[in-house]
Design a protein around this ligand. Structure first.
Ligand code: FAD
Length: 423
């Protein structure tokens, strides 16, 4: 009597509904992770390797074992389930086009083998298909009514693994080589995630409403990589943040873009641009933007934070994305793909959803998200500390001129003039 639990981006043991249900429903449970060639490569591999090592330790602590296989996720899962004559395969349901096509294939293969396939919640707080707008349609296109419905929606109970996980004798497989340098800022895994969550809920969240837009201060949770890889349950985080309304609202944005992605799977490619709108093919400008050499300090600081840390402050993400599409008139996909390649928290729903939102091309709403870059710089980096940290060429400039070095009578050695007029 065996159930296979396929892990994906839910790399945790706390509040893991599929794992908890498997432990309740079967005598033996086989937690499985497949290192699929379709997984992201590069700098995220180091983080993933740490997540898997930590998950294996936690499962061993519960008496179980994480089984690791290499190859196509569906083929390997079905192969293992057949070898063990498993009764069922459980997994957490996800929304990206890749995840959904995998879930469909897995369900069909399980069906052919007379193995039960069951999908579980856990990737988002409220399931992506749980809320329907009263005016019709299959999902919410506008955030505010979604936020209202989401806030009123009852939550499932947090799930708990009952007792121990008992696993049959089998080859557990080796974890990935830690070939790629792990992130200097984010240690992968549930243990590190829970420690950061604990500190955040105790010391950080109360100050979130006032502090989250302070570019130089480190006053957001920095939990995004952990939420992306599922080292934390977003529901557990929400429960712990009770009272932190502004913070919970950001978690709602995450659910919002997940339900948009579920309804609009080509969110990372297709847009709803006004007819006749053309992007400028300017690879030189796009390259300068990527390198943090646009000559606009607040933009360059954000882009260099991304290069240095594989992470960027949300306010900076808004400023640099708006600069690319509204000032340089470069296609939002150029920027979104660059973000997706570099961000440790790169997430189909959150990344492409936010880019479409900033570019005003989404199928959700089309706000005219015009950002006044200089005003934002002065407001959210009033002393220039954020710029000074990431753009050392401007390190000795005073707060008065640091955001507009082109006004300074002395040119700054090594720092370019702005690519576009900033007047
Ligand atoms: P906090 O402010 O502490 O927020 C807590 C959590 O809420 C975040 O970890 C995240 O999971 C969620 N969240 C916060 N803001 C948003 C938002 N605007 N949309 C969706 N969820 C949100 N976030 C990603 O996780 N992955 C991405 O690939 C991504 N790409 C982005 C691209 C652009 C152009 C923009 C403007 C935003 C993007 N975001 C993305 C959203 C946001 O910038 C990050 O989630 C946030 O900066 C992460 O830092 P934090 O964990 O300290 O956030």
């Amino acid at each position: 009597d065996i159930i296979v639990v396929l892990f994906n981006r839910d790399l945790r043991t706390h509040d893991h509904p599929a794992l908890a249900a498997a432990c309740e429903n079967a005598r033996q449970v086989v937690p499985l992770f497949v290192l699929d060639p379709a997984l992201p490569t590069g700098h995220r591999e180091g983080f993933l390797a740490e997540c898997l090592a930590d998950l294996r330790r936690s499962l061993r602590g519960l008496g179980g074992e994480l089984v690791i296989r290499r190859g196509d996720t569906v083929t390997e899962t079905v192969r293992l389930a057949r070898m063990l004559s498993a009764r069922a395969v459980y997994t957490a349901l996800d929304v990206s086009a890749l995840a959904r096509s995998r879930q469909r294939r897995l369900a069909a293969e399980c069906d052919r083998n007379r193995t039960e396939f069951r999908g579980f919640p856990g990737v988002t707080i409220v399931a992506p298909d749980a809320l329907r707008p009263s005016g019709g349609g299959d999902h919410y296109r506008v955030f505010t009514p979604y936020w209202r419905a989401w806030s009123a929606h009852p939550r499932r109970e947090l799930s708990k693994v009952p007792g121990t996980v008992s696993v049959p004798e089998l080859d557990a497989g080796s974890p990935p080589e830690p070939g790629h340098r792990p992130s200097a800022l984010f240690e992968g895994g549930e243990t590190a995630a829970r420690e950061r969550m604990r500190r955040w809920l105790k010391h950080g969240v109360a100050d979130y409403a006032d502090g989250h837009d302070d570019l130089a201060g480190n006053r957001t949770s920095r939990l995004s990589p952990y939420l992306h890889f599922g080292c934390l349950s977003p529901l557990e985080l929400e429960t712990g943040a009770a009272g932190g309304g502004d913070f919970v609202r950001q978690l709602c944005w995450r659910d919002f873009f997940h339900q948009v992605t579920a309804a609009f799977p080509r969110i990372n490619r297709d847009d709803y641009r006004p007819r006749g709108h053309e992007w400028r093919a300017d690879s030189g400008a796009a390259q300068a933007w990527k390198e943090g050499m646009t000559g606009v300090p607040i933009v360059d600081a954000g882009m260099r934070q991304l290069l240095a840390e594989n992470w960027m402050h949300n306010r900076a993400r808004m400023i640099v994305s708006s600069f690319l599409v509204r000032r340089l008139h470069v296609d939002w996909r150029v920027g979104a793909d660059h973000f997706f390649e570099l961000l440790l928290d790169a997430d189909v729903a959150n990344n492409y959803g936010n880019w479409q939102w900033m570019a005003g091309t989404g199928n959700n709403t089309r706000p005219n998200q015009t950002v006044n870059h200089l005003r934002q710089a002065r407001r959210f980096d009033p002393d220039g500390d954020y710029v000074r940290r990431y753009v050392p060429e401007l390190g000795s400039m005073p707060a008065r001129t640091i955001h507009e070095p082109w006004r300074s009578p002395v040119a700054v050695a090594g720092y370019p003039r702005p690519l576009v007029s900033m007047d």
